[in-house]
Design a protein around this ligand. Sequence first.
Ligand SMILES: *[C@@H]1O[C@H](CO)[C@@H](O)[C@H](O)[C@H]1NC(C)=O
Ligand SMILES: *[C@@H]1O[C@H](CO)[C@@H](O)[C@H](O)[C@H]1NC(C)=O
Ligand SMILES: *[C@@H]1O[C@H](CO)[C@@H](O)[C@H](O)[C@H]1NC(C)=O
Ligand SMILES: *[C@@H]1O[C@H](CO)[C@@H](O)[C@H](O)[C@H]1NC(C)=O
Ligand SMILES: *[C@@H]1O[C@H](CO)[C@@H](O)[C@H](O)[C@H]1NC(C)=O
Length: 774
Amino acid sequence: MSNVAIIHPIQLSRSCSVLGQRMWKVVLAALLLMASVCVQKVHANKSQEAKGEQKLGHVSVVIVGATGDLAKKYLWQGFFQLYANQEQFLKLAEYRQLKTIEEYQALGKHLTEQLNQEGIVEAGRLFYLSVPAFAYADIAEKINASCRPTDGAWLRVVLEKPFGHDFNSAQQLSAYLATSLKDEEMYRIDHYLGKQVVSKILPFRRENRKHLDPIWNKHHIERIEIVLKETLDAKGRIPFYDQYGVIRDVIQNHLTEVLTLLTMQLPDNLSDAKEVLKNKLKIFSALEHLESHCAVIGQYESYNKEVEEELNKTKEHSSLTPTFAGVMVYIDMAQYEGMPIILTSGKMLDERLGYARVLFKNDIFCVQSHEDVHCKPKQIVFWFGHGDLQYPAILVSNNLFKPDLMDAEWKEVKEQKDISVLGVPLSGYYILTPTVQREAYTELIMQIFQGRKDSFISSENLLASWGFWTPLLHSLANATPRIYPGGVDNGNMLDFKLLGREVSFANDALVFINQDFTGRSGGQSFQVMQGKYRSADMVSAWSEELIVRLADDLQAAAEKAVMESGRFHLALSGGSSPLALFQRLAHHQYTFPWRDTHVWMVDERCVPLTERDSNFHTVHDHLLQHFKMPYYNIHPMPVQMNQRLCVEEDGGALRYEQEINQLVNGSRFHFVLLGVGHDGHIASLFPGSKLDAHGNSLVALTESPAKPHQRMSLTLRAINQAQKVAVLVMGKSKHELITQLSRVKDDPIKWPVTGIHLTSGRLVWYIDYDALLG
Ligand SMILES: *[C@@H]1O[C@H](CO)[C@@H](O)[C@H](O)[C@H]1NC(C)=O
Ligand SMILES: *[C@@H]1O[C@H](CO)[C@@H](O)[C@H](O)[C@H]1NC(C)=O
Ligand SMILES: *[C@@H]1O[C@H](CO)[C@@H](O)[C@H](O)[C@H]1NC(C)=O
Ligand SMILES: *[C@@H]1O[C@H](CO)[C@@H](O)[C@H](O)[C@H]1NC(C)=O
Ligand SMILES: *[C@@H]1O[C@H](CO)[C@@H](O)[C@H](O)[C@H]1NC(C)=O
């Protein structure tokens, strides 16, 4: 057995190899440090062997792309920290070019020869890819082809974010990597998981279980905040940053990981990576779907100029990439239902800090003694570092409980400094802090050597997280961020408030609106316009005002119906058109007669109601679940009967029709809300449908040209005998259709929407200016 370490810092291409003399010294020094890491491992053979934890022998470390930004900033520092704590040992550091497959083959051969020459046993090979992510797949392939270690020794390949920029790209990258590396061979670093406070969240929760178990739920927790504030801008990183933005850069990964640690069920064995992953995935699958109204976004003022400079863009170019975001997340689990979790991060803010705060409800009303400890906020703060409190710490307000220490690596401190952390003076907390502070990278590099995977991101974990964030990212793709000046000048501009399930900026900031947009954002100058369209009534306005108007009209119809007959029968379509209306109805939460409203479906796709693309599921998620409404007033279409979907002889359509006949007076709905498709379809009545075949039925099975093909739909007859029908049309993409429809004659086979002629009710078109004027 020989205590030898061979270090190969390697670079990807010749162009990166221009390093000054001085820089070389730094790099070389860093390499020596690495040697000590390996040696420490080898020296530790006695105890390790006894525990049977680690195969002993020689470890080769290869850093690919050793000169990158990240390597300079953190990686060397990580190794240096390790070195500083250890006895030094230096054997060999080496630098070589690594680009072609031949060069990889030469490296593989070299590593093996070195081992043979010295007659030593190989324990493993560690490749640290410090290169842009687009190069991962190629390098992994070459490593697999030519640099796998000898039999029995391990291979560990360390990767840094970004791991894709949405679900599809992450999945693609994972699939590529999987052809070359096994999942257990990949160590995806999220350096947040190496932060001392973050890695202590689970041990803290376990150690203090007897205090936390009764209060770690929606009844006691007011909300959770996970916050990362930066003072820096994105200068110098724009080519990367402009494609990512703050959500992809830090929220999808770092802050989301913290969220799972705070909310997941405690694993029995905290270091069992499989169990930790399993519990994390449970949280991911329970996270409620995010819509654009769950987030606010901002961009610092000078960002666009930086984009112009670094990406050679013209002045007219305007990037929508957010550099600030606040997102509200809910978990659909009995334990946390309705408890907001706020994730927020931004660049160019007033201070640099990071924390997660669990704020508890305080049920004590203090009449006089406001200074009393019981009147203060009750909270647990996981302080990741920086800010007023200079060191990482876990703070528990002393009106909650006295926390137990996790282990000897942590101590309790009494702080004399006269500062407050999140509204509570330090004297109001029990403060736990690490005995020795360690950098995240140091911690993680140590774990890689030990083969511990519980603090790394597995493929499943990664895809679950992207699966959660991607819909929000897509829905924000064209959203305009609020422009903020940066630093303390931001004042209260970025404060945001939670209103039901919506998040919005708490203060107006008209000052920074680009002049080109003032006509539009001014809003007031464009009144709601009334007119005629296809000889029916039309209401038109900018989309926001249009939705407000439609919601008001809907409420008026509901009140009238309830006054006259005690109930309001409303038939809703699914799909994307009515979502904005549903959101708006949140403002009508307390005044709308929900208790007396019956909700019917205009049409349904033949999929189980629990699936996302079911219309009922959309209506349920965006409307029904937020309002107090008796369950028996809700009438989904029976598309699934006898464990099968939309089979004629199951008679689902007939059954829905009977239900309508029984409950709706004269089978006339009070209000039917419709959208209209680009092909002119309404409900699930598509062009070319055999409308005649529906006869006098109110409900029919129909066919769609798009998947899923089978549908259930109200017939034209059911729609035409309603008291009021609203057709909502929004967005530029519908302009063509609106123009065309204004010209065509009634032809329900070709344009089903032209078949709407109410027998004795009123049809109103709600068309926004984008659709009307293009
Ligand atoms: C390593 O283990 C061997 C036996 O397996 C033992 O002889 C040797 O002394 C150990 N070396 C160190 C440095 O502990
Ligand atoms: C690695 O390469 C070998 C052939 O060289 C191939 O059979 C194998 O599937 C590749 N992938 C993994 C994960 O081993
Ligand atoms: C916990 O999991 C780790 C990693 O799988 C394992 O080494 C250890 O033995 C487990 N501990 C217990 C008490 O089961
Ligand atoms: C921008 O232009 C400069 C000078 O023409 C060039 O060196 C640089 O590579 C360009 N950058 C990008 C991102 O196109
Ligand atoms: C049912 O409708 C008829 C005719 O439209 C009306 O006269 C009657 O009052 C309604 N009944 C109820 C209970 O609303």
